[in-house]
Design a protein around this ligand. Sequence first.
Ligand code: SF4
Ligand code: SF4
Length: 248
Amino acid sequence: MKPRIGFFDFTGCEGCQLTVLNLEEEFLELLELVEIVEFREVMSGSACDLDIAFVEGSICRPAEEERLKEIRRKSKTLVALGACADTAGVNALAHFRDLKELHHEVYGGEYPQMATGLPRPLDALVSVDHRIPGCPIDGREFLQVLQALLIGRPPQLPSYAVCVECKLAELSCLFEKGQVCLGPVSRAGCNALCIAAGDRCRGCRGQIDNPRSGPYYRILEDHGLSAEDILEEFRTFNVTGKAERHED
Ligand code: SF4
Ligand code: SF4
């Protein structure tokens, strides 16, 4: 019998699920190996038990809490899919704003389905077995994580910095152009996509393990950023404090 997998979404832009769907041929090949039993973006129906649940989005409403707990109950393995699920992502910037004011700014008024609490990551409510960081996730990393789970190995996230992938891609360093970049302390695995696209690294994949013990922090400090400045920069994607988590 094929492993039964499902995709679930909470508060987020659904870009991480789209990244999975954008795998196209590889996604179709996946169907040879697994049975997709729930995936609202592409099919109807729901499953009462799963081997692996990939869960996207952060938790903002009481009904979401109940639904997440139900997904946890029926899944052997639960994987946080993307920054919103892992750290509450950019949604968590709401922690710095008045919620009512924010609702009016975003929706122009009040809606029955509106968030009633501040966005929280999945592991604030249920146990999370593995995570795939990034905003959005990297499709190849999703495949690697799934492959590891299917053969019974714990998935490994890269422990080195985005700078390594940036240098391998032969990109010019933004610091040489007088710009700030979080690449020296951010977890790799994205192939320095943002730098290649003309932007800077904003740390959507969280920090590398023990960044303060490596030479990376010193690079940032040499360019005038204090440890507090660096953490402040990380808050774009890591308001809930996961930037300081080193347990991987
Ligand atoms: S992590 Fe980024 S791409 Fe994924 S759902 Fe959240 S906002 Fe969208
Ligand atoms: S600091 Fe940024 S631009 Fe410079 S090498 Fe590292 S990732 Fe690339």
